[in-house]
Design a protein around this ligand. Structure first.
Ligand code: NAI
Length: 469
């Protein structure tokens, strides 16, 4: 395979959409077609209201769409004409059968791969973009070889995506690195170079890392496991801080100044969410278990256990501070997305928290600036049942109305608009029941400033002893 001229991306989700839109934007000489089975999703990509919220995404899509960037449900047509195909479909945790609750569900990867084999009439480079267990490329290759028409060559590459939701466009435009794994055969290396050439339109060559296939697959799981482990580590320390009077922000700052540790990803919080961290650590844990490495599996699994503990601990703290009961109390929840600058709610800590509030028969008054209402009801019905969700949760169009007459405000997502520099907390205080409590699950508020207003403030990783003798 020489120069790539036509790219097809199977899967128009959080990864396929932004990734391939940026490729189209940066490579006007390449035609990029992003396909999906979901007509609704493709319609949204072709509209003025894109299906996902990402800062900077609109400009990129609107700039290239209709020129060299296309969104379509014609999966077969796009496969037929492409030189290179990204497989960017979802790989959620399996819900049933062998490995349920741990292993990645590879059904979507398999069906996309079978489709490529069935349709292709010329040789293709097939690229794993989805996050998959180590050695998935081997299964894909077997499927392709067993089902393809005569004389068609498929070269498989692994090119995992490291973007973070909320910063996807800047991550894609200026990546720390691009990783491309290939079989170490002359054909594999040639395909690797062809994809490296695509990225070289805007990524400096020294940031394009080439490895063998298995290193590339494992590196994606390893990166997510290490990132999530840092969050669970600082969250484990936040519990010690609360019990001792140490301040978790001060500890994180002091520790992060050590250049061997570094300052990033050391922000204590109510716990990590998102579609990837938990899923990928469970995936790594399952891989270790299937390799008969139980100690390794237990080590990584602890990261997830700590995350669940952090969410439960936060709820318990809220109940304790609200005089040991929240039954019939009004709790204003600020934020439902799993983090700021995205409308994605997958594995959001808010879902777990609100479920616990519903179980305690509290009245939840919820506001999020970006999450669609319908998505909130889907998520809450999933964990609490539709009736209980509707009975105990009310959605509000802004934080002020959500906080009216509430006993407590709980900050769950770190949206900038919730900061005390943006929101009028005096107005919020005046409209709340007294004592007015505020629980900062994201460490975004100046607790002293709010205490001066009259709030009782509770922050993860800090207690009233912090700062006192
Ligand atoms: P998503 O669920 O948003 O998108 C996947 C899309 O694939 C869906 O629109 C679905 O309809 C489509 N699809 C599934 N099977 C198909 C088929 N056979 N033919 C055509 N379309 C099909 O998932 P997301 O978040 O984009 O994730 C995709 C992969 O990227 C996953 O493996 C994930 O672990 C990985 N990843 C996700 C990141 C994230 O931040 N969301 C970051 C890095 C990697």
């Amino acid at each position: 395979m020489g120069v790539v001229k036509k790219i097809c991306c199977i899967g128009a989700g959080y990864v396929g959409g932004p990734t391939c839109a940026v490729i189209a934007h940066q490579c006007p000489d390449i035609k990029v077609t992003i396909v999906d089975l979901s007509q609704a999703r493709i319609n949204a990509w072709n509209s003025n209201n894109l299906p996902i919220y990402e800062p900077g995404l609109d400009e990129i899509v609107f700039g290239a769409r209709g020129k060299n960037l296309f969104f379509s449900t014609d999966v077969e047509g796009a496969i037929l004409e492409a030189d290179l195909i990204f497989v960017s479909v979802n790989t959620p945790t399996k819900k049933s059968g062998m490995g349920a609750g741990m292993a990645a569900d590879l059904a979507y990867v398999e069906s996309a791969t079978r489709k490529i084999a069935e349709v292709a009439k010329s040789s293709k480079i097939v690229v794993e973009k989805s996050t998959v267990p180590c050695r998935t490329a081997e299964s894909m290759r077997t499927i392709l070889d067993a089902n393809s028409h005569d004389h068609i060559r498929f070269d498989l590459l692994s090119n995992p995506e490291f973007l973070a939701e909320g910063t996807a466009i800047s991550d894609l435009l200026n990546p720390d690195r691009v990783l491309i794994g290939a079989l170490q055969t002359p054909e594999g290396l040639k395909a690797q170079q062809a994809l490296a050439e695509v990225y070289s339109h805007w990524v400096p060559r020294d940031r394009v890392i080439t490895t063998n296939l298995w290193s590339s697959e494992l590196s994606k799981l390893a990166a997510n496991a290490l990132l999530a482990q840092r969050i669970s580590s600082i969250n484990a320390l936040s519990a010690i801080c609360e019990a001792t009077g140490a301040d978790v922000d001060e500890v994180a700052y002091a520790v992060g100044k050590d250049t061997r540790i570094g300052p990033k990803f050391l922000k204590a919080s109510v716990g990590f969410g998102g579609s990837c961290f938990q899923k990928d650590i469970l995936n790594l844990t399952y891989l270790a278990e299937s390799l008969n490495l139980p100690e390794v599996a237990a080590y990584w699994h602890q990261v997830v256990i700590m995350n669940e503990y952090q969410k439960k601990r936060f709820v318990k703290r809220i109940i304790t501070k609200l005089f040991n009961t929240i039954t019939n109390k009004k709790i204003a929840v600020f934020g439902f997305a799993f983090k700021k600058d995205t409308g994605d709610t997958r594995e959001s800590a808010a879902i777990t928290l609100i479920k616990d509030f519903i179980d305690e028969h509290a009245h939840v008054r919820l506001y999020d600036p970006k999450v669609e209402e319908s998505q909130i009801w889907i998520d809450l019905s999933d964990v609490s049942g539709a009736d209980a969700a509707k009975k105990h949760v009310t959605l509000f169009p802004d934080p002020y109305s959500a906080a009216e007459d509430a006993d407590a405000v709980v900050i769950v997502t770190e949206w900038d608009e919730f900061r005390d520099t943006k929101l009028d907390y005096q107005r919020i205080y005046d409209s709340m029941k007294k004592p007015a409590c505020i629980f900062d699950g994201r460490l975004i508020l100046d607790a002293n400033k709010l205490r001066k207003i009259g709030f009782k403030v509770d922050v993860i990783g800090k207690n009233e002893l912090a700062g006192k003798a």
